[in-house]
Design a protein around this ligand. Structure first.
Ligand SMILES: O=P(O)(O)O[C@H]1O[C@H](CO)[C@@H](O)[C@H]1O
Ligand SMILES: O=c1cc[nH]c(=O)[nH]1
Length: 290
C-alpha cells in the first residue's frame, strides 16, 4: 500500500512533517522529555552530539553517551503531541519514505520518558523519582485507535466504579509499561506505581485556582483506589499516550518521572531542577546498559 501525500507528510527536504527528521537522524533508543530546554540538560552529559534540530516544540539531539547512540526529543505538553511524536518516530524507522510503503521488517525502538509529575500519595515525597508500571489514561487518545487487545478492562471498570467517573469524560484506559524495561530500571530507592495521565494541569489534575472542578473529590478517589494491591501514585500528562501507542506500534516504553509536587501534602519541590538533574544522571547510566 502506498501512503498518500496527505497521510504521510514529508517536508521539501524529505524530512517527516512535524519532527523535521530524516530516518538517519534518530537512534534506536530515544529519550523523550516534555520541556524543549530539558533536551540539553540531558545531552550536556553526552560524549558527542552528531545532530540537532528544532521545529515548534519538538527539539531533537542525537549523540552518544558512554558509547551508546541516543536521541533526545522534546514532546511539549500533552498526549495530543504524543500522537505526533510516536507516529512520526515510528514512520522514521518503519516506513520507506522513497516508496511510501510500510517496511516488511519492523524495528522496535526503546522509548524512555524523563518527565516531571505530582504525587497523590502521602508517602511518595517531592524530590523522589518514580517509574510507571502501568498508566491510566484519562485522555481520549487511545480510543481513536483499534486497541482492544492491549487494555486491562477489569482494572478500568473497577476504577470507573470506585471513582464514580462521570460518563461525560472519556473512559479511562489502562496500559502496561514494557515490563523488561521496567525491571531494568527498578531499584530500591526508586518508587514505582500506576501513573494517571490527564489532559490538563489544573482542573484535570484536581487543581482549583478560580474555577470549581466537576468533582472536588477526584484526587481523593484516585488516592484511595486499589486494585490487586496496586495504587495510583502520580499525575502527569504524557505517559498513557506513550505506553498506548508504543504497545500498538510494537515499541518498548518506560516513563520515569521526578516528583515535583505532593498533592496530598500540598507541597512543591524547593529545588526542581536538582531532582530533574539527579534523575537524568541516574537514568542515563541505566540507559547506557540497555
Ligand atoms: O516536565 P514534563 O516532561 O513536561 O511533564 C510534566 O510537566 C508538564 C506540566 O507542567 C506536563 O507535560 C507534565 O506531564
Ligand atoms: O503536579 C504536577 C507536577 C508536574 N507535572 C504535572 O503534570 N503535574
Amino acid at each position: 500500500m502506498t501512503l498518500a501525500p496527505s497521510e504521510l507528510i514529508l517536508n521539501e527536504d524529505g524530512s517527516i512533517y512535524h519532527l523535521h527528521l530524516l530516518p538517519e537522524h534518530i537512534a534506536e533508543t530515544i529519550i523523550t522529555v516534555g520541556d524543549p530546554d530539558r533536551v540539553e540538560t540531558v545531552t550536556k552529559h553526552f560524549d558527542t552530539i552528531e545532530f540537532s534540530t528544532q521545529k515548534r516544540e519538538f527539539k531533537t539531539q542525537t549523540g552518544s553517551y558512554k558509547g551508546k547512540r541516543l536521541s533526545v526529543i522534546s514532546t511539549g505538553i500533552g498526549t495530543d503531541n504524543i500522537d505526533i511524536v510516536l507516529n512520526e518516530l515510528d514512520a522514521l524507522v518503519n516506513i520507506d519514505f522513497e516508496t511510501r510503503s510500510i517496511k516488511k521488517d519492523l524495528k522496535t525502538l526503546n522509548i524512555i520518558r524523563l518527565g516531571t509529575s505530582g504525587s497523590i500519595q502521602q508517602d511518595i515525597p517531592v524530590d523522589s523519582v518514580l517509574i510507571s508500571k502501568k498508566a491510566l489514561g484519562f485522555d481520549a487518545l487511545l480510543h481513536f485507535y483499534e486497541n482492544e487487545s492491549h487494555r486491562d478492562r477489569a482494572f478500568e471498570n473497577a476504577f470507573v466504579k470506585h471513582a464514580n467517573w462521570s460518563l461525560e469524560k472519556s473512559k479511562p484506559y489502562c496500559i502496561l509499561a514494557n515490563q523488561d524495561l521496567f525491571n531494568h530500571f527498578k531499584e530500591d530507592n526508586i518508587y514505582s506505581g500506576i501513573t494517571a495521565t490527564n489532559i490538563g494541569f489544573y482542573g484535570p489534575q484536581g487543581r482549583k485556582l478560580r474555577l470549581n472542578t466537576q468533582d472536588p473529590q477526584m484526587n481523593k478517589r484516585l488516592e484511595s483506589f486499589s486494585y490487586s494491591g496496586e495504587s495510583i501514585t502520580n499525575l502527569e500528562m504524557e505517559t498513557s499516550g506513550i505506553y498506548g501507542l508504543s504497545l500498538l506500534l510494537g515499541h518498548r516504553a518506560l516513563s520515569i518521572n521526578a516528583i515535583l509536587a505532593n498533592r496530598t501534602k500540598e507541597t512543591f519541590s524547593s529545588q526542581p531542577s536538582k531532582i530533574v538533574e539527579d534523575m537524568i544522571v541516574w537514568a542515563l547510566d541505566r540507559i547506557a546498559l540497555l
